[in-house]
Write a protein that binds this ligand. Sequence first.
Ligand SMILES: Cc1cc2nc3c(=O)[nH]c(=O)nc-3n(C[C@H](O)[C@H](O)[C@H](O)COP(=O)(O)O)c2cc1C
Length: 377
Amino acid sequence: MADNSIHTDLFSPTTLGKIELDNRIVMAPLTRGRTNEEGVPNELNVTYYVQRASAGLIISEATNISAQGRGYALTPGIWTEEQVAGWKKITEAIHVAGGKIVMQLWHVGRCSHVDLQPNREAPVAPSAIKADGKVFTNNGFEAVSMPRALRTDEISGIVEQYKHAAECAKRAGFDGVEIHSANSYLLEQFLRDSTNHRTDQYGGSIENRARLILEVVEAVTHVWGDGRVGIRLSPVTTEVGNTPLDSNVMATYSYLIQQLNKFKLAYLHFVEGTTGKSREVPESVDLDALRSLFDGAYIGNNNYNLDIAISRREEGKVDAVAFGRPFISNPDLVERLRCGIELVNAPNETHYGNGEKGYIDWPKANYFHVESSCSKP
Ligand SMILES: Cc1cc2nc3c(=O)[nH]c(=O)nc-3n(C[C@H](O)[C@H](O)[C@H](O)COP(=O)(O)O)c2cc1C
């Protein structure tokens, strides 16, 4: 029988900071809209995550750090005791299955709708600039609402929201947390001069625009310690909200990444290109050069397939690779990649808010005919 197993160290154990992984295939954060109005994870969510526990690391779907941080209906939260208890069932089940899971901490900033905000208040942002995009509400996708600029005296409260969420995630039994500083949500809105027109100490210079991210990283690493906090950045994405790039991507992100080295993070995680759309980057940007400024481990993501993953790994450009959409419809993605088994594509309609359908009903492959080194019991 042919040897279907693929030889690369992508399927061998590694560590990201203090988090030990069975393999270098990471499940990227995927919002699926299968929680309830209160943001409390349920049994369906437990089943979904456990089905994918053979990933070296699962990064949870983006999880709201507060009621104000919410921009999409049916997304989970991590600021109430009920939410902590719901997540605990997931982390315990993942650990029993031999997997690892970190929580992605999320504040959407301007990417929200008044229907999703407490008392139908305006979403908050660095500046009152509306995104050109839609969010998933209880009435389907709707255009985002006009945000209001945060007052300077409110910003310590945002850092406090991250700190509280980080503490809750710790009590919920996660292996670590990932700070969501990508895809044009609140933290990236502060970083980019296209979305931040402030004149206080959180706007203007690169140092000022990076200040909130660094304050959040400091607060969260204070809760979690060394090697348990990762960060996701997307230097050249225009997703979501058709957000323009920073006017000097290399200077802005170089400064940020060099500052991040002070914190002994578990990893840096990049969306390489335009999220879910393209791996292309503008000519003036060199993502590998940015990545190389970081002292710790690196996760690459965006439109990877196995060939790209193997060659980027062989070139020493990535420590691990995160797959998003392939994990939706291939719960056993690691085994399928390792054994060269064809992948199933998930139609877009299955992505958000449809209950069990298109969520926990994707079968594992039939390993009966596959080389024994690949076969799964
Ligand atoms: C349905 C769906 C939900 C997503 N949710 C999140 C999320 O919660 N947090 C995040 O940082 N990115 C999110 N993304 C982006 C993915 O993590 C990933 O960057 C993107 O899909 C590109 O990777 P892929 O080509 O392997 O799918 C989402 C993408 C999709 C398709």
